[in-house]
Design a protein. Structure first.
Length: 131
């Protein structure tokens, strides 16, 4: 399983990456967990590597990350949205799409457990890529 983590805070990216790699959730190699720190970087990674899952911060500087959810080229990629405001704000129309597996706050160990659970569920439904 390949995963793209999109967040402008390197410590958040690393925390999610280490949670994925150390938990044994999926048999993922370190190079299969990629990262981007802006919408433009994410778009390039999505085009190059077509991950099985994108973990996307709802709030990034510059272009809105939710614009990625509107782009037809990425409609087939499931998404977990993370946000510092996920518990207090109403989800956007984009956040209600069926491919958005969850909308989670990004702070706290319990939230990492929820992200891990969503990844585990997706991994159990995702056919393994050959190669």
């Amino acid at each position: 399983m390949t995963i793209l983590i999109v967040d402008d805070v390197p410590q958040v990216v690393e925390l999610i990456r280490q949670t994925i790699l150390r938990s044994g959730l999926v048999s993922t190699r370190a190079e299969d967990v990629r990262e981007a720190h802006s919408v433009n970087e994410a778009r390039l990674e999505l085009l190059r590597y077509r991950p099985d899952l994108m973990i996307l911060d709802e709030v990034l500087p510059g272009e809105s990350p939710l614009d990625l959810l509107r782009e037809p080229a990425f409609f087939s990629i499931p998404v977990i949205l993370i946000s510092a405001t996920a518990q207090t704000s109403s989800p956007t129309d984009e956040a209600r799409q069926p491919r958005v597996l969850a909308r989670l706050p990004k702070w706290g160990w319990g939230d990492l457990d929820r992200i891990a659970g969503e990844i585990r569920q997706l991994a159990s439904r995702t056919p393994k890529k050959s190669g």
